[in-house]
Write a protein that binds this ligand. Structure first.
Ligand code: F6P
Length: 540
């Protein structure tokens, strides 16, 4: 982090540390309005944070000192900002619905982006209208998306989020885990003749995905008389690696391409969203892209003090580095967003879980909070106790909608009353004096007191529709980007996942070896391997 600018932030933190959120609100009747911004159908009320106008100014100064503006331009402009992989970072081009070109190494990538999207749309319409037939001539009724990480979480989360827009009678399933249970349980629910497998892998080398895809192919062929021609009607691929896709046995005609400048965890608006497009249709997919694009425009053009992703990023830095908050909770008050925290875990933690700076030196402070959460109101009856009265500071994002996709009695009023009340309780708390005034017995007063002063953001939109949804995801993408720039780390590589993959390959050989393997690990790893082999009746 920029040392001087951060020092200025710290001074303001110290100047306002003793002020309780109760006092901030009492002192400034305009506080909510002062700390509210609107963009792309979303309203962010960030007034329930431990901030003052002066502190926000210093935080904006931190973003400026980190050259955030120039870095944003570099990303949108196709510079190779993913330096360790020598790649541009252009997920924003995927939702560029304007006629503006986007250049990578002097070449406009937009014609390719549009061409793939058009192919996706044509394919999805064929399947959705029942014109694309399975090997035995029956229409497709089940889609099984096989992928993991960014090739699973995005479309799986989005299909759940946009379920009300899904096509009736077309069931989209997601298989990611190499645990055969995931595939087996899914295959129990589908009919081979009417199932389309969408194999999604940027690299097409991922162990889990290839294992699941091979098993799915065997399952299919066993049920369709072993005719290998069936694969062409039941398997399509989404990848950047056409050679590996062909090697697997999927014809180039059945492959939807994306490019190395799309990071896996940023790939939902690319062909990786094929299963989502199958579910919600090309028009709704495009509405989602419009939402993404609206937030992209806002991020690119709004001044930092009115810039929603920048504000969220700066507040995260404030708590993580200024107050030592190790975690950040995301609490969507919408059952359709149940998978959002899991999606954001990859987006944020795989991007910013780095301890080496862009200069190759260890970073000076900490980076990358642990992201977690569950839909409200469920979380209230499980872990909110710790957020309200625990010893750790846990900043929260509350996400809610003014209208429900399923209006029923007064459910929605109750849902939203809970969201609003939680933010109030966290901020204001309940003093010992209040408890005593209510007649709480003296010995219980410390237990029933709420310190309050616990920060939260509230994100509010009218309805969870494709456009609002797209804007929400772009908001978090750009928040993560902002933080990566401030921490001076590379947010678009993920070398930390490699070692485990390599070691798993070696251990797999040792688990499967016909002859007793010569084990050269630490004593714990050796013992675990021997125990497993023994239990499986292998030679020791
Ligand atoms: O192992 C991590 C990772 O590389 C993620 O970054 C990625 O989203 C996931 O694996 C899946 O990779 P692929 O799309 O290449 O199968």
């Amino acid at each position: 982090m920029h040392a001087q600018a951060w020092q200025a932030v710290q001074q303001e933190i110290e100047a306002s540390r003793a002020i309780h959120l109760r006092d901030h609100f009492a002192a400034d009747p305009q506080r909510a309005g002062r700390f509210t911004v609107r963009a792309a159908n979303w309203t962010l009320d960030y007034s329930k944070n431990r901030i003052t106008p002066a502190l926000m100014q210093r935080l904006v100064g931190l973003a400026e000192a980190a050259n955030l503006r120039a870095e944003i331009d570099a990303m949108f402009g196709g510079q190779p900002i993913n330096a360790t992989e020598k790649r541009a970072v252009l997920h924003t081009a995927l939702r560029n619905l304007s006629d503006d070109p986007v250049l990578v190494n002097g070449k406009d990538i937009m014609p390719d982006v549009r061409a793939v999207r058009a192919r996706m749309a044509a394919f999805c319409e064929e399947v959705r209208k029942g014109h694309w037939r399975g090997h035995t001539g029956k229409p497709i009724r089940h889609v099984v998306n096989i992928g993991i990480g960014g090739s699973d979480l995005g479309p799986a989360m989005a299909c759940a989020a946009l379920k009300p827009y899904g096509k009736h009678g077309l069931h989209v399933n997601f298989v990611s885990n190499v645990d055969a249970t995931h595939l087996a349980e899914t295959l129990h629910t589908v009919k081979a003749e009417q199932t389309l497998f969408v194999v999604v892998s940027k690299t097409f080398t991922t162990q889990e995905t290839l294992t699941n895809a091979l098993s799915a192919r065997s399952w299919l062929l066993a049920r369709l008389g072993g005719d290998r021609a069936a694969v062409a009607r039941h398997f399509v691929a989404v990848s950047t690696n056409s050679a590996k896709v062909t090697e697997f046995g999927i014809a180039p005609d059945n492959m939807f391409e994306f490019w190395d400048w799309v990071g896996g965890r940023y790939s939902l608006p690319s062909a990786v969203g094929l299963s989502l497009m199958l579910a919600i249709g090309p028009r709704n997919f495009e509405r989602m892209l419009k939402g993404y694009a609206a937030m992209d425009r806002h991020f690119r053009t709004a001044p930092f003090e009115r810039n929603m992703p920048v504000i969220l990023g700066l507040l995260g830095v404030l708590y993580h580095n200024g107050y030592g908050a190790a975690t950040h909770a995301v609490l969507p008050y919408d059952q359709y967003l149940a998978r959002l925290p899991a999606y954001l875990q990859q987006l944020d933690m795989e991007s910013n879980g780095k301890s080496v700076g862009r200069d190759g030196l260890p970073v000076s402070g900490t980076t990358g909070p642990i992201i977690w959460g569950e839909p409200g109101t469920n979380g209230q009856h499980a872990f909110y106790q710790l957020i309200h009265q625990g010893t750790q500071l846990i900043p929260c994002d509350f996400i809610g909608f003014c209208r429900s996709q399923n209006p029923m009695g007064d459910h929605h009023d109750k849902l939203m009353a809970n969201l609003i009340a939680q933010t109030e309780a966290l901020a204001m708390g309940k003093s010992a004096a209040q408890c005593r005034a209510e007649g709480v017995p003296a010995e219980l007063v410390p237990h029933k007191t709420f310190d309050g002063n616990r920060p939260s953001n509230t994100l509010l939109a009218d309805l969870l529709d494709p456009q609002t949804f797209g804007a929400l995801i772009a908001l978090y993408e750009h928040k993560v980007f902002t933080q990566g720039i401030i921490w001076n780390i590379f947010s678009f590589d993920q070398w930390g996942v490699e070692l485990g993959k390599v070691l798993a390959g070696r251990v797999l050989q040792e688990l499967q070896s016909e002859t007793p393997p010569e084990l050269r690990h630490d004593s714990s790893t050796n013992a675990l391997i021997r125990r497993y082999r023994e239990a499986r009746g292998a030679k020791l």
